[in-house]
Design a protein around this ligand. Sequence first.
Ligand SMILES: Cc1cc2nc3c(=O)[nH]c(=O)nc-3n(C[C@H](O)[C@H](O)[C@H](O)COP(=O)(O)OP(=O)(O)OC[C@H]3O[C@@H](n4cnc5c(N)ncnc54)[C@H](O)[C@@H]3O)c2cc1C
Length: 479
Amino acid sequence: MSSIAQSAVANLKEAGLEDVLYIPGQQAYDTREGSYWSLTPRLGPWAIVQPRNTEEVSKAVKALVKTDGCKFAVRSGGHMSWNGAGNNIEEGVTIDLGLMAKTTYNPETKLASLQPGGRWTNVYADVEKHGVMVAGGREGLVGVGGLLTGGGLTYFTCRDGWGCDQVVNYEVVLADGSIVEANDTKNPDLFRVLKGGHNNFGIVTRFDMRTFEAKNIWDGNIVHSKAVTNEVIEAYVDFQTNLENNPDSHVLAMWVYVPQAPEHFINMVLTNLDGVENAKSFQKFLAVPGQQNIKSKTIASKVAEFLVPSGRYDSWLTLTFKLDGRIIQKAAAAFKNLMEELRKSIPDSNFSISMVLQPLLASWTQHSASKGGNMLGLERIPGNCVILITALEVETSELSTKVGTPALKAMFSEIESYATSLEKNVDFLYLNYCGDSQDPLPTYGEENLRKMREASAKYDPTGVFQQRVPGGFKISKVK
Ligand SMILES: Cc1cc2nc3c(=O)[nH]c(=O)nc-3n(C[C@H](O)[C@H](O)[C@H](O)COP(=O)(O)OP(=O)(O)OC[C@H]3O[C@@H](n4cnc5c(N)ncnc54)[C@H](O)[C@@H]3O)c2cc1C
């Protein structure tokens, strides 16, 4: 262990955190390191500290900041899957919020209070007991902290805005270890920048969120063969064109290749948030031949079943373009080409890829604005857009960096060039979907960058969350 590592461990012990401090060789260390969704961010830090409450987060921050030269990472669910995302660190200590995972509900204020280390499957089960729901992640094991500090696309985004728009108060541990609240009246500048501003300002230890009535949803999927790609794209474009009038309908359009399947297929995940069966908005999807499995359920039961396995090395990339069937056709063709190319170059075709399309509507900014605004800067982007994300998973780090990632980048550059040639490429990257070669912050607009820089200078004057927490997308690095 280096002398900095030894000092960090000594300072964390002196701060009373010995019981929740794990070093390599200990079972608890291996368990936490093994619990990252992807292999990519399993970086083997010097030590992992798991605070049990906000005061212990504060003690951990103070102990690490006073250790000269010690860098650290902040982890909630551990789902962000690139090396350097800020949820783990090779040469430093990881503050792991996994023991701070409770959700409580206050019937008087109608607010749910979520600790950052919670997983959405547990959050939904906890709030549903009270007959209410919150707008959060769509996969069961994604963490609360990363999703909400990065934005948060939810089942309810079309109706209510982004996940971060639903937060009315944050409890935050700042760089000097102080514990503050940030809301519309207390530290309102910090409140605004936390809505999408990522890990740039402090460690959020509690999110107080608006709730709404929990309802049964009508939800499930249709698996289509690639033979009906054109019909699916046509149905998707039609659906998204009319989505503004159908905010209770939610769709994820997923192109999927897994090694067990002889061909790729399209998985359309359809959800009606009011439980309406065979809603009119879904008619075109339902008319395309495919294997349907759709029924009435609750959000908690849906998300408990929706668990995407990984345990492999990941490469992710995202882009945004104006809704146009030609670009989706191009993306579908690029996906097929990528798959075929990788089948030739990866032994036993042992990889998975998924390409997911989802809507981004100009009208969503009204939901954000009515709740005080966020940092994503979408006011600048008119019209009906599509967010595309592709995730590629392979068995080794070498395959990921040398084969998978370059091939994925080539695919994205082809789609982006095509969208640009139609003047339909959109200057927005959704932070939570970005890969390590992307930088979303410059796409959030000058005004938001200014607010983030000012908040960083005010709440973190010594730049702890810029230099000592080097991972993630840093406001200080934006030119
Ligand atoms: C299978 C899967 C499904 C997904 N589904 C969705 C989805 O439906 N909608 C969506 O919007 N995104 C989705 N994502 C992306 C997801 O939002 C991001 O990966 C998110 O960062 C995960 O949150 P986490 O708590 O697990 O983050 P972590 O990996 O723990 O952390 C991610 C980043 O957030 C920072 N961070 C974490 N906690 C805090 C905190 N308390 N205070 C300050 N900074 C913090 C970390 O330092 C790091 O930079 C999905 C990802 C996966 C792998």
